[in-house]
Design a protein around this ligand. Structure first.
Ligand code: PEP
Ligand code: MG
Length: 915
């Protein structure tokens, strides 16, 4: 619990090239606060201000939403510092100091937290602003904006359930209708001073009507309210949803930044913008961004007006543009990363309001990292660290099928905000989109513009389409980070929320109709358009594109080469057939870490032989059925060994509860009976006999091979006969036979005997020799706890963390969906333990098993083959506990390779620091 102490410093000032903090203090000052301090220090034009630390946020929640005593005095000193620098006074009726209050968490949370601008205005100070600025319209515009933001964020005047528009926006629309009857899309800039005054009046009335309270007039009260609202918003629903998605701990808290206002809305020589030092969608090194003349910052991101590309500033305000270009270079060479920054131009002078490492698509992340090394801005290790492993997923995202797209019709164009191709049924509201996606529909979320309330719908959708807003609008930012396909600002589209339709070029689309979007080109197509694989897939998997013709592939390949230079942990794959094996090897897998042999029996009529085996009443019958399965299994192994070309293959013996293979419906049972030439009653009786109350804890894993050794015999024979065949072709084969669900050393010993015996038999028959290992999975706690005993026989361990999580937590991996989301909401678990290893609990068992295993057998090979093997945080954990490899699904191999390389670099850096 954070404690207040007399000496504690809660407020950090910045201004006039001096700052109490710096860029390294993100934890305390939040990302925005730390970088405002850093930019001030390096001499960039930053309006003065101060940051209230994240410790105050923690204190606030630990102390029933109250503040440390010292805070008020420190805030007053902070304001006094700003007053001194600017020669203005807070609440003054001649030269009033106006401030912006913004949140700033450690990691940016776009759109999740709230901002209040122009704080300090009231009926008196607004008159002073009129005088000082000699611009009546501007002053009243500031005032109405202040009431609007403060009314929304602090006083809660917001859209009510069932309303599609914000009440303040409705008031603006009503006034526009009065001033410009019958005209559509009237820009706010056409409302004059008198109109703005009228809006201030209407807004105050609205606040009074909705809250029963007068709008506060004392600037200090306003400041207190705003700071409280920022801290309060840390726990609002949107922020919680966002934190959960991105695993941001609640205890980090947010900082509050109070900064002197600069004005982008004083007229035609002013404006506001958001820019990126490189293109965040493609990664191309161009100055990228957008601005609005005569506007405050919020207008740009809110998507209310569609902004202009920043390049246009070159003609409109050449001096300001040159200054921005200079700043762009300073930022990249100082922060060594692509920056996303906010600026305001007040009467031709540029001010910096924020900078942060820019969010980017996976495509851009790889390109920027690779090109920055070429430009000698960073080294290759930094490049590897710069690409979030999870984002590689996006590089593998689909594009439209080239033939299908030729016959598709572009119905609208917007901005390319999130790359990739998506097709789905359209929904105009987040809730309905979620409902449809839950039913298994592919969904596109279509909105006039999105706001953080739409987050759930955006997560559920394949893609997002908006009619308004630019590339830095909420929709664009969020989509990019999620790797969602997104087209925004497709202004030809008219959305009618009430009728649940959208109209474009005279054509109307109803809710549920198909639409397709290309987030790389910014195009919207009518109907469903087939999608095709990404360029990397086309080069590596489909082999329809040559590496030399794809810059994207070359960048990816360079990154993967650097990964190999750094990595210690190998990445294998979970594959059950030759095609999956080939894909994984193309992605750089160094072997198979798990072949689930039962998956080989699901196809075609193989299942019949499998069922015959299960239904057998005695060993003889069983052996007969197994005889039918042997050739299938052998053929698959031959294909896989051939694809592996000498790489190792971990082959797991039959594992699942047998009843999974049996038909449970009457009709299917009769069909099977006819095929096997037995009565339907025989089948239904046997199915009933095989019924288990807890199949996951029942007759499965090695318990099958213990009770029916002939199953293991057949599987061993298939492996070795296949090995003999492939070896004959001059290809090395390295089988690693894996016994599942072992808890007792004796279980493993019995199965090993079978394997060795069959190996010898086949070697003799085929006049050959085999090099192979026999090991076990560690997937129940007992195995981890007696790992030293087990390691006497096991040549390798592979952690089956799906089952190990299930058995350690006593939580069914198949049934946890009904309660885990609530557990995550309540932060009982920080992350889904079936997705990311529970390092504290399950992880401890893994560490124990590694330690005990190595003690008994120093050269024991250690791996993981649960789903966690492709999840970056878990991969890093596996590196730290010294596993030899992780194994994951083929398409996650690049992600695991990157995470493994990052883990090695992190380790080396930590060791260097220690020295
Ligand atoms: C595991 O339990 O982690 C595992 C890989 O085996 P399966 O998922 O097949 O039970
Ligand atoms: Mg398992």
């Amino acid at each position: 619990m954070a404690k207040a102490s007399k000496a504690a410093k809660y407020v950090y000032n910045f201004g006039n090239k001096k700052a109490d903090g710096d860029g390294s203090m993100r934890a305390l000052l939040g990302g925005k606060g730390a970088n405002l301090a850093e930019m001030t220090r390096i001499g960039l034009p930053v309006p003065p201000g101060f940051t209230i630390t994240t410790e105050v946020c923690t204190y606030y929640y630990d102390h029933k939403r109250t503040y440390p005593k010292e805070l008020q005095r420190q805030v007053e000193a902070g304001i006094a510092n700003m007053e001194k620098i600017l020669g203005k006074k807070f609440g003054d009726t001649e030269k009033p100091l106006l401030v912006a209050v913004r949140s700033g968490a450690r990691d940016s949370m776009p759109g999740m937290m709230d901002t209040i601008l122009n704080l300090g205005l009231n009926d008196q100070t607004v008159l002073a602003l009129v005088k000082v600025s000699k611009n009546e319209r501007f002053a009243w515009d500031c005032y109405r904006r202040f009431i609007q933001m403060y009314g929304d964020v602090v006083m809660g005047v917001q859209k009510r359930p069932g309303e599609d528009h914000e009440p303040f926006e409705t008031a603006i629309e009503e006034l526009k209708e009065k001033l410009f009857p019958g005209q559509h899309d009237v820009e706010d800039t056409r409302i004059d001073a008198k109109g703005m005054k009228e809006l201030v009046h209407r807004f105050k009335e609205l606040v009074k009507k909705r809250t029963g309270q007068e709008f506060p007039t004392d600037p200090w009260d306003q400041l207190k309210g705003a700071v409280g609202a920022v801290f309060g918003s840390w726990m609002n629903d949107r922020a919680i949803v966002y934190r959960r998605k991105y695993n941001i701990p609640q205890e980090w808290g947010t900082a509050v930044n109070v900064q002197a206002m600069v004005f982008g809305n004083t007229g035609e020589r002013s404006g506001s913008g958001v820019a990126f030092t490189r293109d965040p969608a493609s990664g191309e090194k161009v100055f990228y961004g957008e601005f609005l003349i005569n506007a405050q910052g919020e207008d740009v991101v809110a998507g209310v007006r569609t902004p202009e590309p920043v390049a246009k500033l070159k003609n409109i305000m050449p001096a300001a543009y040159a200054e921005l270009e200079r700043i762009r270079k300073v930022l990249e060479s100082h922060f060594k990363d692509m920056q996303d920054f906010e600026f305001t131009i007040e009467e031709d002078k540029v001010f910096m309001l924020q900078t942060r490492n820019g969010k980017r698509t996976g495509l851009a992340a790889v390109r920027i990292a690779v090109e920055m090394v070429k430009e000698k801005l960073i080294n290759w290790e930094q490049a590897v660290m710069k690409v979030p492993a999870e984002q590689l997923d996006q590089l593998l995202a689909p594009v439209f099928d080239r033939t299908a797209i030729r016959s598709a019709k572009v119905i609208a164009k917007g901005l390319p905000a999130g790359p990739g191709a998506a097709t789905g049924r359209i929904y105009f509201n987040a809730e309905r989109a979620v409902e449809a996606a839950d039913k298994g529909e592919k969904v596109l979320l279509v909105r006039v513009e999105t706001s953080p309330e739409d987050l759930r719908g955006m997560i559920a959708a394949e893609g997002i389409l908006t009619a308004r807003g630019g590339v830095s609008s909420h929709a664009a930012l969020v989509a990019r980070q999620m790797g969602k396909v997104c087209v925004c600002g497709a202004s030809a589209i008219q959305v009618d929320y009430n009728a649940k339709t959208m109209t474009v070029g005279g054509q109307t689309f109803n809710q549920g109709d198909f639409l397709s979007i290309d987030g790389t080109a910014g195009e919207v197509y009518a109907g469903e358009v087939k999608t095709a694989a990404s360029e990397i897939i086309q080069v590596l998997v489909e082999r329809t594109l040559k590496a030399k013709d794809s810059q994207t592939f070359q960048n990816y390949d360079q990154l993967m080469k650097w990964c190999n230079q750094a990595t210690r942990l190998q990445v294998r794959t979970n594959a059950d057939n030759p095609e999956q094996t080939a894909n994984a090897v193309a992605f750089g897998a160094t072997g198979i870490g798990l072949c689930r042999t039962e998956h080989m029996f699901f196809e075609g009529d193989r299942i019949d032989a499998m069922r015959e085996m299960i239904l057998a009443e005695n060993t003889e019958e069983r052996q007969q059925a197994l005889g039918k399965l042997l050739p299938y299994q052998r053929e698959d192994f031959i294909g896989m060994f051939a694809e592996l070309k000498g790489l190792p293959a971990t082959i797991r013996f039959l594992d699942p509860p047998l009843h999974e293979f049996l038909p449970h419906e009457e009709e299917a049972q009769s069909e099977l009976a006819a095929k096997l030439n037995v009565s339907p009653e025989t089948i239904s009786k046997r199915v009933k006999e095989l019924h288990e109350f807890n199949p996951m804890l029942g007759h499965r894993g090695c318990r099958l091979g213990i009770v029916y050794p002939e199953i293991s015999e057949m599987q061993a024979r298939a492996v070795f006969e296949a090995a003999a065949e492939v070896q004959k072709r001059g290809i090395k084969v390295k089988p690693e036979i894996m016994i599942p669900l072992v808890g007792y050393p004796k279980e493993l010993q019995l199965q090993i005997e079978v394997v060795h015996r069959v190996a010898e038999e086949v070697a003799k028959e085929k006049k050959t020799k085999f090099t192979y290992l026999v090991g076990t999975m560690i997937e129940i706690p007992r195995a981890a706890l007696v790992a030293d005993e087990i390691a006497k026989d096991a040549q390798f361990f592979s952690f089956g963390t799906n089952d190990l999580t299930q058995t350690t937590l006593g939580m069914s991996r198949d049934d946890s969906g009904s309660f885990l989301p609530r557990y995550q909401e309540l932060e009982i678990v920080k992350q889904n333990p079936f997705a990311s290893i529970d390092q504290v609990g399950v992880g401890k068992l893994m560490e124990t098993a590694c330690e005990l295993g190595r003690k008994a057998r120093p050269d024991i090979k250690l791996g993981i083959c649960g789903e966690h093997g492709g999840e970056p945080t878990s991969v890093k954990f596996c590196h730290r506990i010294g596993l030899n490899y992780v194994s994951c699904s083929p398409f996650r191999v690049p992600i695991a390779r990157l995470a493994a390389a990052q883990a090695a670099i992190e380790e080396a850096r930590a060791a260097k620091k220690k020295k």
